[in-house]
Write a protein that binds this ligand. Structure first.
Ligand code: 3HC
Length: 295
């Protein structure tokens, strides 16, 4: 298969990342199936995509009309034969190995033999996810950043059995999406970015836990000295404290020894359902849950 043979893309999971990835693929001209477990989740994903597309239009970043881009996205409840002509799938389901394995096993059953199965996992080994399929050479990591439509970087990562062809096509697809991909040839959970970001998060958390600085002071350092576009805690709120929690937790469960420990502040927020922007409260508070405003 060549990248030019890819016509239909299936995105599994319509949450924070999935809806944005579907939007990126549709803007690039692909026919997209967007699948999730309920119609409500899909409706809210389509609303978010519509909002984002109109913003991009307002700012002259896309020429095509919102309706025209949206017409290429077909929402699908669940996973069944209606998606069985997809040439490439990108999974953006919750960050749990058992869920991802279930999804990949189903995709392996439904999708044609030439289809590539990519995962947007933040932290799980691609080789472990690939075990759920009979085509591990076609399973690959394709890691986007939030919000996918604005973030340029995509990490492409090979599992132990991923073929060079699969990795190359995935890299080329990211280019077709207008992104700047990097290729990682070794299956390291967390890719490159989350390894670095995880280290920064924990360093920041320790300073707060030891009462050396409060989180707002650390965010000021990140923004005004380190040159980050968002503070460390602000970014955790933005991406989702559940994501930060699952990233650490899943690595721990997999027995990864060189791991970054879970920070008690993250654990506490997670247990209190203070997940950041999505619930209206994380480290900061947000007046309208689901809508990010600079804290
Ligand atoms: N679609 C379209 N437009 C959007 C948008 C979206 N999804 N999100 C924001 N915008 C628009 C805003 O509405 C605003 O437009 P306006 O001025 O017309 O109202 C414009 O973009 C700029 O937004 P902001 O005013 O909020 O200002 P910023 O300059 O800070 O840009 C940002 C926003 C690009 C998100 C920037 O803050 C940023 O780069 N933040 C860091 C994000 C990041 O690091 N993401 C990676 C997280 S790690 C990850 O995802 C990996 C995972 O595995 C954990």
């Amino acid at each position: 298969m060549k990248v030019e043979d890819i016509k239909k893309i299936l995105v599994v999971g319509a949450g924070t990342m999935g809806h944005g990835i579907a939007e990126v693929a549709a803007i690039a001209g692909y026919q997209v199936y967007l699948s999730d477990i309920s119609q409500d989740i899909l409706n809210s994903a389509l609303e978010r995509i519509r909002w984002s597309l109109s913003k991009l239009q307002e700012r002259g970043q896309i020429k095509e009309s919102t309706d025209s881009v949206l017409s290429r996205i077909k929402p699908v409840v669940g996973l069944d034969k209606s998606v069985s002509d997809a040439d490439f799938s990108i999974e953006a389901a919750p960050e749990r190995l058992d869920i991802k394995k279930q999804v990949f096993s189903k995709l392996d059953e439904l999708l044609p033999p030439h289809a590539i199965l990519a995962s947007n996992t933040s932290s799980l080994p691609i080789s472990r996810i690939a075990e759920a399929t009979k085509r591990p050479e076609k399973v690959v990591g394709m890691h986007f950043f939030n919000p996918p439509v604005l973030m340029q970087l995509v990490e492409v990562m090979k599992g132990d059995k991923t073929s060079d062809e699969t990795a190359k096509i995935t890299y080329e697809l990211a280019k077709k999406f207008g992104k700047q991909p990097i290729m990682i040839n070794k299956d390291i959970p967390g890719y490159i970015v989350n390894r670095i970001l995880g280290g920064i998060n924990i360093a920041a958390c320790i300073l707060v836990e030891k009462k050396i600085a409060d989180f707002k002071e650390i965010d000021a350092v990140a923004r005004y000295k380190l040159g980050f576009p968002m503070g460390v805690f602000e970014l955790m709120d933005y991406t989702g404290i559940d994501v930060a929690y699952y990233v650490s937790k899943s690595r721990e469960e997999l027995g990864i020894k060189d791991d970054i420990p879970i920070c008690s502040l993250i654990e506490e927020k997670f247990k209190n359902n203070e997940l950041g922007v999505k619930t209206g409260k994380g480290f900061y508070t947000y007046p309208a849950p689901g809508k990010y405003v600079k804290p």
